[in-house]
Design a protein around this ligand. Sequence first.
Ligand SMILES: [Zn+2]
Length: 262
Amino acid sequence: MANNQFYVPESVLVIVAHPDDIEFSCSGTVARWVKHGAKAVYVLVTSGDVGIAERGMTKHRAMEIRETEQRAAAHVCGVEEVVFLREPDGMVQATLDLRKKLVREIRRYRPEVVITSDPTVLWAGSGYINHPDHRAVALAAVDAIFPAAGQPNLFEELEAEGLQAHKPRKVYVNSWGDAEVYINIEETIDLKIAALREHKSQMRDWDPEPMVREWAAERGKGKEMPYAESYRVVTLESDEDWAKWKGLVVGRNEVTPSPGED
Ligand SMILES: [Zn+2]
């Protein structure tokens, strides 16, 4: 697909567990969408408060440091709105309470696309166990997106906050291998690397650039993309329903950009 037909949602909400999760996974896509006019908001379920192993470091101080780093990383990619739910790092569970908190943010920001992690990933290769917070947040996010956020009579008490039901159009799940959609991030890989570098407490003396380029090049292989990020994409609202939902009366082609392939 030609560059000028690249799908750009009007708005995207990204839901992850920790500061730096977005930068490691989907920030190249977000930066590209933002460059092309999308409005993006990040929702961080924790503030990574146990993620700085330093003598004398308190959870509160670590939270402050990591929130500052996350805001700076978001800014690099053109994202100015970052929501921190401040659940305790390392102890997240996919409870109804967390589902409701995420429904609240979905109803508040009313995104066209939600990006989140894959709740089914437990192992990756032979040397990695996926963090329990990643799995819990991903599951709570998927359950919040569908069907909860779009059901007016579920969590109806949120109406008192002026929040109405909202059905996102598509869910992009960060893929670990069974991707269906590849986004060309050639024009934003430098931003992705710069954003990752903002997480100074995590990078320390390590330069993420070679690894980020290698991963992104690997994903782009065979797709005619020098660098890519990859997703499983679930379309929850048909083009017709999306137009109806948005109150649009437009020709099919005006509301039917194909999934985010380049
Ligand atoms: Zn993480």
